[in-house]
Design a protein around this ligand. Structure first.
Ligand code: SF4
Length: 337
């Protein structure tokens, strides 16, 4: 397994939990396994049983059109920009970035030219200098020890609620060495772990890392490979292999989750095909995650295009129909709100 290449600078300030400042990390120490992450969310209720702390890893092989975490796609640290927070009288970022990298709009607020790479070191340095957090850096590196220490702070909540830690992303399997080491470390700490995965990884990597998690939250997005490629940019070939492997070897640890996207996989034909795949693997229940637009502002802040703006949020009747279609084929869907 390969380790992740740190995408951050020599010294990163770690926004520990939910943006809370944790301290400084010395990235010049290379004799330990490090991962690149972009968020650590406490009191998470939808990523496994009980109260959970979810660590979000950077890097994803897919580009799901509905993705709520576009800041997770790249393995590298990247700059986001919230124009509302920019102070026109301020020049701190320009002092660091030098001339030519940043522009100003008519109201005197900063503009990042579309052609400027968001992972440009000069832009990242400029973001770190921004006092208003209008510019911010998405992504920082953290060692297994540091991550375990951070996550173990929530142990009382885990013990009280039957919760634990979930590794999400992005795709944790893109950083297999870090994910495996962290899952193993949390196991020795007696903390329940869940792996939230799209399943798009080499089967041997998938098996090695996922076997260390107590629970596998497996996102199943489409049964037809053509539709899967249209929605995510990749075929579902490896995903189906890994889903089959888990259903056969560790069915009690598998929880399948289906994002429901009207007009894409939210059609009778595709839902039926997905239900048949699940039934054929002996899986008789799954969670349905209705389409939402909670991450749409991040696209704007990251200079990315969101193409599903005209897709309607599914109402209860549409969701009930989806449940009925799958139930008729032997798969019970539980809608996650
Ligand atoms: S440092 Fe931040 S607040 Fe100041 S001009 Fe740059 S983006 Fe705006």
């Amino acid at each position: 397994m390969e380790s992740a290449e740190p995408g951050c600078s020599e010294r990163d300030n770690i926004p520990g939990r939910d943006g809370e400042f944790l301290g400084a990390v010395d990235n010049t120490v290379h004799n330990e396994i490090r991962g690149t992450v972009f968020n650590c969310e406490t009191f998470s209720l939808h990523n496994g049983p009980g109260i959970r702390t979810t660590l979000f890893l950077k890097g994803c092989p897919l580009r799901c059109l509905w993705c709520a975490n576009p800041e997770s796609w790249s393995m590298e640290a990247e700059v986001s920009y919230n124009r509302e927070l920019c102070i026109p009288e301020c020049h701190e970022c320009e002092k660091v970035a030098g001339s030519g990298l940043l522009e100003r709009d008519r109201e005197g607020k900063i503009v990042i030219p579309p052609a400027a790479p968001r992972s440009d070191p000069a832009l990242i340095a400029a973001a770190r200098a921004c006092p208003a957090r209008a510019l911010s850096v998405e992504g920082y590196t953290i060692s297994v020890d540091e991550a375990a220490k951070l996550l173990c702070r929530d142990r009382p909540f885990f013990e009280e609620s039957g919760g634990g830690v979930t590794l999400s992303g992005g795709e944790p399997l893109l950083q297999p060495e870090f994910s495996a080491a962290l899952l193993g470390r949390l196991k020795t700490e007696g903390i329940h772990t869940a792996l939230d995965t799209c399943g798009d990884a080499a089967p041997e990597v998938y098996r090695e890392v996922s076997s260390l998690a107590d629970l596998i939250l497996f996102d199943f997005k489409a049964a037809h490979s053509g539709l899967h490629r249209e929605c995510t940019g990749q075929s579902n070939e490896r995903i189906l292999v890994n889903l089959e492997q888990t259903a056969a070897e560790r069915p009690e640890q598998l929880r399948v989750r289906i994002p429901f996207i009207p007009g894409l996989n939210g059609t009778e034909g595709e839902l039926s095909a997905m239900a048949r795949v699940l039934k054929g693997l002996g899986i008789s229940r799954a969670e349905l995650l209705p389409y939402h637009r909670l991450g749409i502002h991040k696209y704007r802040q990251q200079g990315k295009e969101y193409t599903l703006g005209s897709v309607e949020i599914p109402g209860s009747e549409i969701l009930k129909t989806a449940v009925r279609i799958c139930r008729d084929l032997g798969v019970e869907l539980h809608i996650q709100h």
